[in-house]
Design a protein around this ligand. Structure first.
Ligand code: CU
Ligand code: CU
Ligand code: CU
Length: 497
């Protein structure tokens, strides 16, 4: 029922593309020679209005980047299987926790009830436990690229950084725009891992946790430097997700502008062409790439991004042995000045006709005014880190997360402006559950785009406008540097009638 297997076809590495090279053809790609075929990623697709999924989280030796690694996996694969459905569909997801610790699931970016058997992050599914998630995706839910990951406070960074992430794709109007549906589609799920020579994960240590752990191995959909075929005059649709625990991505594609058609929470009004895309952990972008070059291969590069450091406080805490810059440890960007190659697009063949970009994508309403203004201060402070001793804790309005406490009460259907004031020396990408929002510019005008993560840069502010639609209940907001969330930077909100 609704379950099919998606077979990606993997070409052997020929033509001097190096051992890591593997060209992936899309679902619309013509058949090709699977010279070193391995089991393709699993895929669950809804049928007759129902998406039936079985997900098992377990510690497994998995195939990753051409080697084996001992990770946490959904259904034995990293990233987890693709779930694909339409708005209005019913979802029945049987989740089995075979990890040696409790966990749960969050449907990142979706607009679902935050309670009951839906997007409820207050659930705790014990070791060996089974839970049946069951909900209906609203008929008016925007099409988009969402994702499933664990969300049990205190364990999120570890569980996600060990591999637990799976794409959850809702199809809709955007997918039916002729130019968009004609494009070859690929999901690029970026994760990072720190493994030892035997493929076992390395504990990050306390300093890396406070900064937000980053792994030196960056993978794209479980591969190192995969290649995606583009036809001359053709169109590629790359759906990008930053599923790493803390690493920011700053992406550029050699000699090709990227035409953004959707942000986190749905389509833009028209494509927006950019040369660079910054993706904080958890963020997604949907981009079209035109095959305008003659031939060759072009790199998708991750450029350096400075997301700050621990400042003087970190230096004191690390006994002064922190940094060369005299202000404590900073975050390694994992890149040299010219950046790190993550993937390539490779020209092969020619499209029968020249494929064009869509002119318009749809209407995007703006939230033109708000009735309530709130401010949230992001701070750090010294405190105990369980099992590790004294370290840095992260606070919202002076408090650490407590699931028993209601931090903010809002009215259903109210439109509010939330301003974040970052008093720390690190960027914090704040994610709000249940409802997407619009960024408000310094001119007071909302961006016509739906997001669920706002980057609040070190020592600066950011404002979003949000409307609490359809669902009442308790939900959360938090920093999506998942170590910061685990170290306290999360708060509850109660949406009430
Ligand atoms: Cu998330
Ligand atoms: Cu943070
Ligand atoms: Cu969350």
């Amino acid at each position: 029922m609704g379950m099919t297997r998606r077979q990606f076809i993997v070409l052997g590495s020929t033509a001097g593309v190096g051992a890591a090279g593997a060209a992936i053809l899309s679902r619309r790609g013509s058949a090709n020679i699977p010279s070193s075929a391995q089991r393709g990623p699993e895929r669950f697709v809804s049928a007759h209005g129902l998406l039936n999924v079985e997900l098992v989280a377990a510690e497994n030796w998995v195939h990753l980047a051409g080697t084996r690694a001992l990770l946490y996996a959904f259904n034995g694969q990293v990233p987890g299987p693709l779930m694909e459905l339409e708005s209005g569909d019913e979802v029945r997801l049987r989740f089995t926790n075979q990890l040696a610790e409790p966990t749960n699931l969050h449907f990142h970016g979706t607009h679902l009830s935050p309670e009951g058997k839906a997007d409820n992050v207050f659930l705790q599914i014990p070791e060996g436990g089974v839970f049946d998630y069951s909900f209906r995706v609203p008929l008016n839910h925007p099409a988009g690229f969402f994702w499933v990951h664990p969300h049990l406070h205190g364990r999120v960074a570890r569980q996600v950084s060990l591999g637990l992430a799976a794409p959850f794709v809702i199809r809709g109007v955007l997918d039916r725009i002729p130019e968009v549906s004609a494009a070859r589609e690929h999901f690029l799920i970026v994760q990072d891992f720190e493994l030892d020579s035997r493929g076992r994960p390395v504990d990050p240590g306390m300093s890396a946790m406070m900064l937000g752990r980053e792994g030196s191995l960056i993978t794209v959909s479980g591969m190192r430097n995969p290649q995606y075929v583009i036809e001359q005059d053709g169109l590629l649709r790359l759906r990008l997700l930053n599923a790493s625990a803390s690493r920011f991505l700053r992406l550029t594609l050699e000699d090709h502008p990227m035409h953004v058609i959707a942000t986190d929470g749905g389509g833009l009004a028209a494509p927006q062409s950019v040369d660079e895309l910054v993706l904080a952990p958890g963020e997604r972008r949907d981009v079209l790439v035109q095959g305008t070059r003659e031939s060759g291969s072009y790199r998708l590069i991750n450029l350096p991004y400075d997301r700050g450091g621990m400042g003087m406080m970190g230096r004191g805490m690390m006994g002064g042995r922190g940094g060369m810059m005299g202000e404590g440890p900073r975050i390694s960007t994992g890149s040299d000045a010219t950046g790190t190659e993550l993937a390539r697009i490779v020209y092969q063949g020619r499209s029968e006709q020249r494929m064009l970009l869509p002119h318009a994508l749809g209407d995007v309403d703006a939230l033109l005014s708000s009735t309530v203004r709130r401010s949230f201060e992001l701070r750090d402070a010294m405190g105990m880190i369980p099992g590790r001793g004294m370290g840095m804790r992260f606070l919202i309005n002076g408090r650490e997360f407590d699931h028993e406490r209601i931090d903010t009460r809002v009215r259903l259907d109210a439109v509010e402006d939330w301003e974040y004031v970052n008093s720390t020396t690190m960027d914090h990408p704040i994610h709000i559950h249940t409802n997407s929002f619009q960024l408000v510019g310094s001119d007071g005008r909302p961006e016509r785009a739906w997001r669920d993560i706002v980057i609040v840069k070190a020592r600066s502010r950011a404002r979003v406008r949000i409307r609490f639609r359809d669902f009442v209940g308790t939900t959360v907001q938090h920093c999506h540097i998942l170590d910061h969330e685990d170290l306290g930077m999360m708060a509850t909100m109660l949406i009430e009638r």
